[in-house]
Design a protein around this ligand. Structure first.
Ligand code: UDP
Length: 238
């Protein structure tokens, strides 16, 4: 039995509890949804459970692909036991297609396949609304050790290759996604946070229908159904 000892952090989509093991934390996935740096708030029925189930499948898949993750086990439909890490305060965004802020920044329409995968860095800071930075900023402001950043970059691209293959096999285009990494008590960089339709852009390969949080951001409706569809398709690959 894993015991929740103390709520040590409450984020927008998850609560983090300490456990009796100092090297392990319990994540509780919430149904709360936010967008535009917290300006838009709502709830998506069953989102916590759907994101936990999707993240679990993806973490297990990535472990098989030799990507170390914080995943230990699923405790309940909305609770996951993970390795405690010190989070690197940099969001790693991987992009294969134009969408969202990239489309806006470049004055391009959405849905153009990029000639080359783009890896971007954002400073994880809610107050500043996660500004985009580059590797010079990471070093100049000591946000992370250079060797850790190198590892996280290497993993980001390897995760992209692995996830592109997996999603393609279930008829889904992985347009872009955001990753977070942490350093565990052994000093190893491992994938943390979650991988779910909350932080990926997933498009049906045939219809280009959005199967991700853009349905919430843009009031497209049928949000829960879209997340459920992603889970259903991934379950066929288990
Ligand atoms: N993303 C995220 N958290 C953030 C910002 C972005 O999970 O704080 C994800 C987002 O869901 C998308 C990708 O990162 O899959 C790229 O997001 P973008 O920079 O286009 O920002 P957006 O337009 O979504 O704000």
């Amino acid at each position: 039995m894993v015991e929740k000892i103390e709520l040590i952090h409450e984020g927008k989509a998850k609560k983090v509890y300490s456990t009796s093991n100092p090297h392990e934390l319990l994540l509780e996935f919430k149904d709360d949804a936010t967008a535009f740096d917290g300006e838009k708030k709502g709830r998506i029925r069953e989102k916590g459970a759907l994101n936990l189930a999707i993240s679990t499948l993806l973490f297990q898949y990535l472990e098989k692909e030799n990507i170390p993750t914080h995943f230990i086990k699923t405790i309940s439909p909305t609770e996951m036991l993970v390795k405690a890490v010190s989070i690197i305060p940099v969001e790693f965004v991987v992009r294969n297609w134009t969408a969202g802020s990239l489309a806006r920044r470049m004055g391009m329409e959405e849905g153009i396949k990029l000639n080359k995968t783009i890896l971007e860095f954002y400073y994880k800071n809610d107050e500043l609304k996660d500004p985009m930075i580059n590797e010079y900023h990471i070093e100049a402001f000591n946000l992370a050790e250079k060797k850790h950043v190198e590892k996280a970059k290497e993993y980001s691209l390897a995760i992209n290759d692995a996830l592109l293959r997996l999603f393609e096999s279930v008829g889904i285009i992985l347009a872009d996604f955001k990753l977070e990494f942490g350093v565990d008590h052994n000093g190893e960089v491992i994938l943390a946070d979650e991988i779910s339709p909350d932080n990926c852009r997933l498009w049906d390969a045939e219809t280009m229908e959005k199967l991700d949080k853009d349905r919430f951001r843009r009031d497209l409706g049928r949000i829960e159904e879209a997340y459920r569809e992603v889970l259903k398709r991934l379950e066929t690959r288990r």
